[in-house]
Design a protein around this ligand. Structure first.
Ligand code: NDP
Length: 310
């Protein structure tokens, strides 16, 4: 079998992915022409990321699927010109990276690291942190990334609650769902991690009302997406001390404008959307596996439910 694959992502990624995809497809017994520019009516698969600039899928009359390199598909899920299946990225390397970012920042808060890193004033004031068993962490979103992060935290003995749309069973994690579940989850969340997708239903999941449910002084980590948080409400909660600190990796506008109040806020840490990224070695395997599946008439992995937006 032979297929034509259009690579539509950040141009700098092309030399990285081209040999990986070529080798992966050849190993799968598929003769592939892979290029950054192909006649649209000759394209069988589109390897896609929003930074490739592709907006109109209408000319790709022969395409069988769009295979996203990104886990978050909010920029393409509602594109009406897309009429073929859309698969998103679930990649071992991406998941591992996110787990490391979440665990690292949770431990920063849990151990009170800032106190010792930034305050070296000659005052000997021992104040040991509690054990993880005495600390409640809540992860909103129990998908590929949220589950892995929650389980890594549970393995460190944190008291972990997770929340999702549908009921879930994740070992070591107290799983809640639905609106009532969210209220319970937030009311216990000393440390709160947002790993929800950006959809119409998740916008402003953290707003004035839901922030008020958090224990006083709660810390928030957002490696999910910027619109999950009502920024004005968070800034107000930070100014009153109801929220103690926030570490934010994603924003409604990226790059975060230099004059945005988050940059200057003493109780906000901004990281520039680096919580995790797709790792070419492992992601190329996922793309090749999906092309192989499609050619064999088998269901694609990680299909997006476009009505739900994730
Ligand atoms: P998944 O699609 O695997 O998981 C999404 C989770 O969110 C699921 O548990 C889902 O519930 C839950 N969810 C969705 N909608 C709702 C809702 N309305 N109410 C309650 N729960 C809801 O996504 P991933 O775990 O792979 O990724 C999560 C997000 O992380 C991505 O969408 C992306 O925005 C972000 N991301 C950020 C990166 C960064 O570097 N900062 C890197 C990669 C991803 P259910 O299980 O019931 O369906």
């Amino acid at each position: 079998m032979s297929v034509n694959v259009l690579f539509s992502a950040r141009p700098a990624l092309w030399p990285v992915y081209e040999p990986l995809l070529n080798t992966g497809l050849a190993d799968a017994g598929i003769k592939a022409t892979i290029a950054t520019d192909l006649p649209p009516d000759q394209v069988d698969y589109i390897v896609y990321a929003p930074n490739g600039g592709l907006l109109d899928f209408t000319p790709f009359t022969r395409a069988k699927a769009v295979l996203s390199l990104w886990a978050g598909v909010e920029k393409i899920a509602s594109n009406d010109t897309l009429t073929v299946p859309l698969a998103r990225m679930v990649d071992h390397g991406l998941t591992q990276g996110m787990t490391e970012w979440v665990v690292g920042h949770v431990l920063r808060y849990h151990l009170g690291m800032d106190q010792h890193i930034t305050v070296q004033d000659g005052v000997w004031a021992p104040d040991p942190p509690p054990l993880a068993t005495q600390r409640s962490v809540c992860v909103l979103g129990l998908g590929a990334l949220g589950q892995a992060a929650a389980q890594a935290l549970a393995a460190l003995n944190f008291n972990v609650t997770g929340w999702s749309r549908l009921a879930k069973d994740v070992s070591g994690v107290t799983c809640l769902h639905g609106p009532d579940g969210l209220r319970v989850a937030l009311s216990q969340a000393e440390l709160l991690v947002l790993l929800l997708p950006e959809t119409a239903a998740t916008e402003n999941t953290l707003n004035a009302d839901t922030l008020a449910l958090l224990p006083k002084g709660a810390r928030i980590l957002n490696p999910g997406r910027g619109p999950l948080i009502d920024d004005e409400a968070l800034l107000r909660a930070l100014s009153t001390g109801h929220v103690g600190h926030a570490t934010l990796d994603v924003f409604r506008t990226e790059p975060l404008p230099p004059d945005h109040p988050y940059w200057a806020h003493p109780n906000v840490t901004v990281t520039p959307h680096i919580a995790s990224e797709t790792r070419p070695d492992t992601a190329a395997q996922v793309i090749c596996e999906n092309i192989q599946r499609s050619e064999a008439g088998r269901p694609l992995l990680h299909l997006v439910d476009r009505a739900l937006g994730y």
